[in-house]
Design a binder for this molecule. Structure first.
Ligand code: FEO
Length: 168
């Protein structure tokens, strides 16, 4: 039988994923207010993806025969200095998500909870992708810092992003 401690850990991470959606919505709002609609679209899609992550935890907790508890969440950061800053803060956020997932995976491993370990493996792989995406975009933004054409081309490219749960 799964321990209360592990269920609580899964529940905390469910809420943290929903908080991540909140944080990316705030990031999208900044981009939108600054007139960067393409970057705003990118972050809105990211917010949807985080909600999808939260629902994966919600469904898993239900499948375990346990009850998910939805908590309130802190106000996310709403202050950004630039588009580059918004991506740097996103990478920092993703590193924190990774740290939390690893901690949870360590707990599942210690408790020999194989089903939970398998469930968390999906997130471990996902975090590699999440961090790589932001890392790559930060490098691009740094490279094109003084090239407004390249900046708007990148914005147009990211503005095509949409979230499709079937691709995840
Ligand atoms: Fe759900 Fe971006 O971590």
């Amino acid at each position: 039988m799964i321990t209360k401690e592990l269920v609580e850990g899964l529940n905390d991470q469910m809420n943290y994923e929903f908080y991540s959606a909140h944080a990316y919505l705030a990031t999208a709002a900044y981009c939108s207010a600054e007139g960067f609609d393409g970057f705003a679209t990118f972050f809105l899609a990211q917010a949807e993806e985080e909600r999808f992550h939260g629902m994966k935890f919600y469904n898993f907790i239900n499948d375990l025969g346990e009850r998910a508890t939805v908590t309130n969440m802190p106000t996310p950061n709403n202050e950004f200095n630039s588009v580059l800053d918004s991506f740097e803060k996103s990478l920092k956020h993703e590193k924190e998500v990774t740290r939390r997932i690893y901690k949870l995976a360590d707990m599942a491993m210690d408790q020999r909870e194989h089903a939970t370990m398998t469930f968390l493996n999906w997130f471990i792989e996902e975090q590699v992708e999440e961090e790589a995406t932001f890392d790559n975009l930060i490098q691009k933004l740094e490279r094109i810092e003084n090239d407004s054409n390249a900046f708007y081309m990148l914005e147009a490219e990211l503005g095509k992003r949409s979230f499709d749960a079937n691709e995840n």
